[in-house]
Design a protein around this ligand. Structure first.
Ligand code: SF4
Length: 216
């Protein structure tokens, strides 16, 4: 006679299926950049990133193993403690994970779901708004181009204008196009971005207004 061995899935398996995720931090604040600037939003910052931007301002997010792994039920329960119903999933690079289960649960609870991603991994999740911010340091996965509602290119040096145009050719025609000065280079590049947008009016400017307000 055989006994049926029921083996509980490991944390690694639960993370692989998107039922548990490493969360670096989660906080309720005001969205400071992009299309939803000014809206109260609950940010879920997932740990782990393999993109390696030299100017990254959340380098501590890179190593996923440093952060606690939470069930998606716990992540959503924590979000429900605040009155706003806009959630922004960011990182790190959130598309390193299968975001289907988390976004399904968030939507069941009435949240509007946004993501901020470099697009460096296959797309997953059910999102109302996809902010795609490609990085030179790791090529985007082709699945992101059809999903992007907003293309946000960080301008850190002059060649980033061409990089922005190259990606603008690949996204949907309805995708909103934004150029954002990298914070440490804002004094140098903001005047150039202003001139660029005036001369290339399909683009808009995105500023990191939360940094001016000194909020997370
Ligand atoms: S993709 Fe984002 S988290 Fe990853 S290195 Fe670049 S800026 Fe940092």
């Amino acid at each position: 006679m055989h006994t049926l061995d029921l083996v509980a899935p490991t944390t690694q398996e639960l993370v692989a299926s998107g039922l548990q995720l490493p969360v670096m931090e989660a906080f309720y604040t005001i969205q400071g950049e992009g299309r939803f600037t000014g809206n109260p939003a609950y940010f879920i910052r997932l740990g782990g990133c393999d993109v390696g931007c030299v100017w990254c301002d959340v380098k501590e997010s890179w190593e996923a193993a440093k952060w606690p792994v939470l069930s998606i039920e716990k992540i959503v329960e924590d979000a429900l403690a605040f009155p706003g119903r806009l959630v922004v999933i960011t990182g790190g690079e959130p598309l390193m994970y299968n975001l289907d289960p988390l976004t399904k649960l968030l939507k069941e609870k009435g949240f509007t779901t946004n993501i901020e991603t470099s697009g460096a991994h296959p797309f997953s999740g059910d999102f109302d708004w996809v902010c795609f911010s490609p990085k030179k340091f790791k090529k985007p996965h082709p699945s992101i181009y059809a999903e992007a509602d907003e293309l946000k290119v960080v301008i850190y040096n002059k060649s980033d204008f061409n990089f922005a145009e190259d990606h603008a050719k690949l996204v949907n025609p309805t995708c909103e196009l934004r150029l954002q000065p990298e914070w440490s280079k804002a004094a140098k590049f903001t005047p150039e971005i202003v001139e660029y947008v005036k001369n290339h009016p399909t683009w808009k400017i995105s500023l990191q207004t939360h940094k001016f307000m000194d909020i997370p």
